[in-house]
Design a protein around this ligand. Structure first.
Ligand code: FAD
Length: 545
């Protein structure tokens, strides 16, 4: 079942005319998870997203699927246990998006948490994972630590702990979750913003939705409504609920991105800075360093990286890797996001719990906020259970239990993924004789890779192989992920902005050609799109000036 720009047109018609069991507001990981869960139970579901899917916090995380070693210190054992169980499951649900990674925590003479306490924490972490981590933890002496992480500062180094967690492509995980919700008949549209609600006494009859691409407004009708608008929860709640009390304590987190040449490490490093930890995470194309954690009170749309954030992260990095002498000019790119933390009255940002909260405002309006990416499937399940209790018994009885433990994409389940890896030599003969391209696409798309590779072959008649690869990715994204603009593509369908030296601008004309062919862009629209890419780069990297 396709999920393209054409599907959006058809879906808008349905959103305007049909009645839904559940309407979800917000297309980050929370909204996407709730949609997939509700649809898996047989509900008739709609989802509207104000901008592009995952354009809020869900493309701006540390991109880790982890239990959170740090939360052990806050004694949040329940959260860690749940997150580690979900980690185990996610390896199966999305083998192309969730990858095991080893983490090293260096311990120095002056470290706040000493060797033995850390070792205890490691045992607890493996225990809470029911010893199902990809590999058990190891405790290392200082010599072995330096052998494993060659460039690490060894002054007063006592040793290190090494343990397993995982990294993901956060934006693509949202999109795969939504694609599966679409397969299960959810009606989904991006660039559709909920403005207000029409009430009949204490009950919402419909919400007013604005199509952000045409300006048209329409009513969306459903029995139940749920908000998954993340850090926008308080702003949105004031607009839609009859009475509102502030619920969140949003905090900002910044990441810097480097090339693997600048920071040549194979394992993630956990750096302790005052009471925080900062990760240095090597992943497919890049190394990301973050994050900060500071209160943020503005509209989340305005979040950006400041010079002070850059300074803070660079300082930590140079303390741990003094020989690398990392400079501001080594930074490829940066990104910042806002955590939708629920205000629990903690005295600091770092201590504020990462648990989620589900609650209702009025008869048929629910909210879900907070929580971690890692636990999104469980959060979604609990949220739909919560909503079900608000439905009349006659309606509730029609629905089955949640069925979200199956792989997100049948063409990239574990078996298909392994099959795709075996096909690499065959595809090299059939499509393009370039191991890097075929290997890269097989790992990104599993058994969907042949479609992308056939597009690479098509474009490579007139374009370089590298450009053809990104043009093929763009065509696939337009056809299968409701990708509507160059910014959607550069920021949330590919790593071009984040991980490449020139942010992929050398492919701009080729990519424009693909979008123009598929979406029929006028010359003016093409100019606007180019300008939007440049303006977004300018905004995200304004700290460089
Ligand atoms: P969002 O992704 O922000 O989605 C909300 C959506 O609602 C947005 O797309 C927005 O456009 C839309 N919206 C807003 N208003 C409207 C409206 N009126 N109508 C329609 N749509 C609307 N978790 C982990 O598990 N691992 C990590 O490594 C990790 N690292 C993190 C690092 C940082 C710096 C941050 C900030 C968070 C991190 N998290 C991590 C937490 C995780 O990223 C978030 O909990 C999660 O992404 C929140 O998703 P969400 O869908 O609730 O919010």
């Amino acid at each position: 079942m396709t999920w393209s720009f054409e599907t959006r047109e058809q879906n808008l018609k349905k959103l305007k005319t049909e009645d839904f069991d559940l309407a979800i507001i917000g297309g980050g990981i929370t909204g996407a998870g709730v949609a997939r869960d509700a649809a898996s139970r047989g509900m008739k579901v709609a989802l509207v997203e104000a901008k592009d899917f995952a354009s809020g916090t869900s493309s701006r995380s540390s991109k880790l699927i982890h239990g959170g070693v740090r939360y052990l210190e806050n004694l949040e054992f329940g959260l860690v246990f749940e997150a580690l169980s979900e980690r185990t499951l996610l390896f199966k649900l999305a083998p192309h998006l969730v990858h095991p990674l080893r983490f090293v925590i260096p311990i120095y003479k002056k470290s706040r948490v000493g060797y033995w306490k850390m070792l205890l924490g490691m045992w607890l972490y493996d225990l809470l994972a029911l010893f199902r981590a990809p590999k058990m933890h190891e405790s290392l002496g200082s010599k072995e630590t330096c052998r494993r992480v060659a460039s690490l500062n060894n002054d007063q180094l006592v040793g290190a702990m090494e343990y397993s967690d995982a990294y993901t492509d956060d934006d693509r995980l949202v999109i795969e979750t939504l694609r599966d919700a679409n397969r299960k008949s959810t009606v989904i549209a991006n660039y559709t913003k909920v403005l207000s609600a029409n009430y009949e006494q204490n009950k919402i009859h419909s919400v007013v939705v604005k199509d952000e691409l045409t300006g048209e407004e329409f009513n969306l009708k459903a029995s139940q409504f749920v908000s998954g608008v993340g850090p926008w929860t308080d702003m949105f709640g004031q607009k839609i609920a009859k009475q509102w009390k502030t619920k969140l304590r949003p905090t900002k987190g910044v990441h810097l991105v480097f090339s693997k040449k600048t920071i040549p490490i194979q394992k993630a490093i956990v750096m302790a800075v005052e009471k925080r930890i900062i990760f240095v995470i090597p992943r497919h194309e890049m190394v990301i360093v973050g994050t900060t954690d500071t209160d943020f009170k503005q509209d989340p749309i305005d979040v950006n990286t400041d010079k002070e954030d850059v300074q803070y992260l660079l300082e930590a990095l140079n303390n741990y890797f003094p020989d690398l002498s990392i400079k501001k000019s080594d930074i490829l790119s940066s990104y910042s996001g806002v955590r939708p933390l629920v205000n629990d009255g903690s005295d600091s940002e770092g201590k504020t719990s990462r648990e989620h909260l589900t609650w209702s405002e009025g008869e048929n309006l629910s909210f879900v906020a907070g929580g971690k990416y890692t636990t999104y499937r469980r959060i979604s399940e609990q949220t739909v259970d919560f909503i079900l209790k608000k439905m009349p018994k006659t309606l509730r009885q029609k629905f089955s239990d949640s069925q979200t433990k199956a792989p997100l994409n049948p063409k990239v389940d574990k078996k298909s993924y392994e099959q795709a890896l075996k096909q690499i030599p065959v595809w090299e003969k059939e499509f393009v004789k370039d191991h890097f391209v075929v290997d890269y696409l097989a790992k990104r798309h599993g058994m969907e890779a042949p479609r992308v590779l056939s597009l690479v072959k098509k474009w490579s008649d007139q374009h370089s192989l590298q450009e053809s690869m990104w043009m093929a990715e763009a065509e696939f994204a337009i056809e299968n992920t409701m990708c509507l603009s160059l910014v959607d593509f550069y920021w949330r369908r590919s790593p071009l902005f984040l991980a490449t030296e020139n942010h992929g601008l050398e492919f701009l004309d080729g990519l424009l050609k693909v979008f123009t062919e598929k979406l029929g862009w006028s010359p003016e629209k093409q100019e606007q799109e180019k300008a939007s890419v440049l303006a977004q780069i300018d905004k995200d990297l304004s700290w460089k000036k």
